[in-house]
Ligand binder design. Sequence first.
Ligand code: ATP
Length: 239
Amino acid sequence: MSDAPKLLVSHLQAGYGDVQVLWDISLDVKAGELVCLIGSNGAGKTTFLRCVSGIVKATSGTIAIDGRDMTNAQPADLVRAGVAHVPEGRRLFSAMSVRDNLLMGAYLRDDKEAVAADLERVYTMFPILADRRRQDAGTLSGGEQQMCAIGRGLMAAPSLLLIDELSLGLAPRAVELLIERLRDINRSGVAILLVEQDVMNALELADRGYVINRGQVSMSGASSALLADPAIREAYMGL
Ligand code: ATP
């Protein structure tokens, strides 16, 4: 196996039209690692994930997956390279069944038997999705929709899962369950880059974290160090 990190971003700059949002961001996620990205509203976290999954183009800097340059590659090529994105707001097809939403995650795969096995794995991980497989995704609760969105990401058989706002708007019990499942997914060898508003939860879950402030990395380090940092406790945890 290559020693290159799963994801290596160097000096990334990006934005929308004339508005630059990301300034010189460098970040890495090693194989099997769980890393979180924290920062206030509008800091650029979503834009960063959208760059990594090829939706927003970099104006300079590089993005490499497993040591291979993927800067400004097409989203489908990033999916083929093992990157799956669970977007903010879940973005399910609400008038389609839970099963069909899950299968959308496998749209680039032609290994039918492995896809069927992965679908069963998602149902085992989230039994409620198995119970609701024929129901329209739009009728699921918020927590169930997030399970479905994560399940759809897993159906791409990723080695790196990007998750934007895991817990936003969800009940604490649903968040607890999702966190447990993310630990399982990560233990199974999938690296995770997590954007999360709840900084305490994010740092307790992750190995390392990066703080993004106005489109720049303002701090990074082991989660334990960030959790203990007085500036972070004051700015993001209200402590
Ligand atoms: P939040 O936690 O509120 O989602 P964020 O850290 O994810 O915030 P982004 O959504 O990446 O931040 O937004 C960063 C900046 O980019 C904001 O100033 C936002 O207004 C701007 N922005 C985001 N999407 C677009 C777009 N499609 N067109 C123009 N500007 C955008």
